[in-house]
Write a protein that binds this ligand. Structure first.
Ligand SMILES: Cc1ncc(COP(=O)(O)O)c(C=O)c1O
Length: 478
């Protein structure tokens, strides 16, 4: 066969990471309550499915928003022909307004700076192409979304340098960590072109506080490098403290910032739960970047049919206000039920108030404090507990024992089965969790926990395939 390109034959897609392996395990044996009750439950997918009934109701009441209805078909021809890479004005206006609403209307977005792309995936690559040459580097705080290794690096030739954040301070992005990564990149002869922060964080489910954001802004200004803020989880903040966007910080009195350095990546994949629509946005404060990204957007336009639907939906203020409130409430309830249920078997997670996942701490279940032990535990969770969760190492976490678990991509019953499997597994492994030296003191604690659980669950309920007694929170909804 004639030789193919380095990009085609290289491993830049990163498909062989455990993050994707877990998906494969799920795909070969997906859980179904009746057809495949022993199947793998997908908890590795950051999807937001909780509001779909709410959205469906709106669609039923607004047939004109769709082109495939008697009420909408008169827009068919103009929409089918539309191909301007600036995007439909009504789409850009609606998205700009939505971005403002999601940020509590504390900041306004200019529709003329909205550039389309194929999801945040395409938006990240576009920004990387605009800002960096092959061999240049971006700093990225860990743990970070594994897709960045594909989106920013694969076709652009850009390098990512981790900013190592630690559990001892809840994975905060500190000035010390930023400086250390910057120096490391320089030592490796990499020219640092920017810093990429994800706020709210995937996988942590936490948000960056004002002080951290200000530190980040002053760091990038001092170094004269770009700041890319991935804010695709902005509307998933379901509990105080409220979300603060980088766009608010740069408008604050007393914050010195060269706005040409600031770029936001957004999408509707998480906030609205529409990853299939591929609505990605580059919002840059830099005119040259807007102009270049817009030209590049020809490679990843949002289809005009989708623009039409999104424009109709997001220009409806009532829908948007109610959707944002409903989504937050459902995420809050799911998160509370999930973390509460895990806490009942002694599993803790990083305190979080956003996102579609939790960052679960299974360090005490590791055979030893290594990434090999993390992978061993992960294999048991996939193959025996039959849950696809994602190991921390796939997020470049530098401490073994953390796992990301998604909680918004399934219905209540599947969630209950997943929780029961986790409980059954932990209870079965209780003794293994206890280091031999401390066995006496802690085992009595664990035994009493087991007994409480036994009291709670009859033998039939203890079957991993029967539903859990539901928390009062979930019962209240159903
Ligand atoms: C932080 C982050 N950025 C970007 C993406 C890609 O999103 P999209 O589906 O809009 O391409 C994801 C998807 O999980 C993500 O978590």
């Amino acid at each position: 066969m004639a030789a193919m390109s380095k990009i085609a034959t290289g491993n830049g897609h990163g498909e062989n990471s455990p993050y994707f392996d877990g998906w494969k395990a799920y795909e070969t044996n997906p859980f179904h309550p009746i057809d495949r009750p022993e199947g793998v439950i997908q908890m590795g997918l950051a999807e937001n499915q909780l509001c779909f009934d709410f959205i469906k109701n709106w669609l039923i009441k607004h047939p004109e928003a769709s082109l495939c209805t008697a009420q909408g078909v008169n827009k068919f021809k103009e929409t089918a022909l539309f191909q301007d890479y600036h995007g439909m004005p009504e789409f850009r206006q609606a998205v700009a307004k939505f971005m403002g609403k999601v940020r509590g209307d504390r900041v306004k977005f200019d529709p003329d700076r909205i550039v389309m792309s194929g999801g945040a995936t395409g938006a990240h690559e576009t920004v990387a192409f605009c800002l960096a040459d092959p061999g240049d580097a971006f700093l990225v705080p860990t743990p970070y979304y594994p897709g960045f290794d594909r989106d920013l690096k694969w076709r652009t030739g850009v390098e990512l340098v981790p900013v190592n954040c630690e559990s001892s301070n809840d994975f905060k992005i500190t000035r010390v960590a930023l400086e250390a990564a910057y120096v490391k990149a320089q030592e490796a002869n990499l020219r640092v072109k920017g810093l990429l922060v994800t706020n709210p964080s995937n996988p942590l489910g936490t948000i960056l506080d004002r002080e951290t954001l200000k530190n980040v802004v002053s760091f990038i200004n001092e170094k004269n490098i770009h700041l890319i803020g991935d804010e695709i989880y902005a509307a998933t903040v379901f509990m105080d403290p409220e979300f603060v966007s980088i766009s608010e910080i740069i408008e604050e009195d007393g914050v010195e910032c060269n706005r040409d350095l600031i770029h936001i990546v957004y999408s509707l994949s998480k906030d609205m739960g529409f990853p299939g629509f591929r609505v990605g946005i580059v919002y840059s404060y830099n005119d040259a970047v807007v102009s270049c990204a817009r030209k590049m957007s020809s490679f990843g336009l949002v289809s005009s049919q989708t623009q039409h639907l999104i424009a109709s939906m997001l220009s409806n203020d009532d829908f948007v206000d109610n959707f944002i409130a409903e989504s937050k409430e459902l995420l809050f309830k799911r998160h509370k039920y999930f973390t509460w249920s895990l806490s009942q078997v002694g599993i803790s997670s990083l305190k979080s108030n956003a996102g579609l996942f939790i960052w679960m701490d299974l360090r005490k279940l590791l055979r030893e404090n290594t990434f090999e032990a993390e992978m061993e535990l992960w294999r048991v969770i996939i193959n025996e507990v039959k849950l696809n969760v994602s190991p921390g190492s796939s997020f470049h976490c530098n401490e073994p024992g953390w796992f990301r678990v998604c909680f918004a991509n399934m219905d209540d019953n599947t969630m209950a089965v997943a929780l029961l499997r986790i409980r059954t597994f932990v209870l079965k492994n209780n003794e293994a969790m206890v280091p031999p030296r401390k066995l006496c003191r802690r085992s009595s604690l664990k035994l009493s926990l087991s007994r409480r659980m036994d009291d709670l669950m009859s033998p039939s309920i203890m079957s991993p395939h029967s539903p859990l007694p539901q928390s009062p929170l979930v019962r209240a909804r159903t």
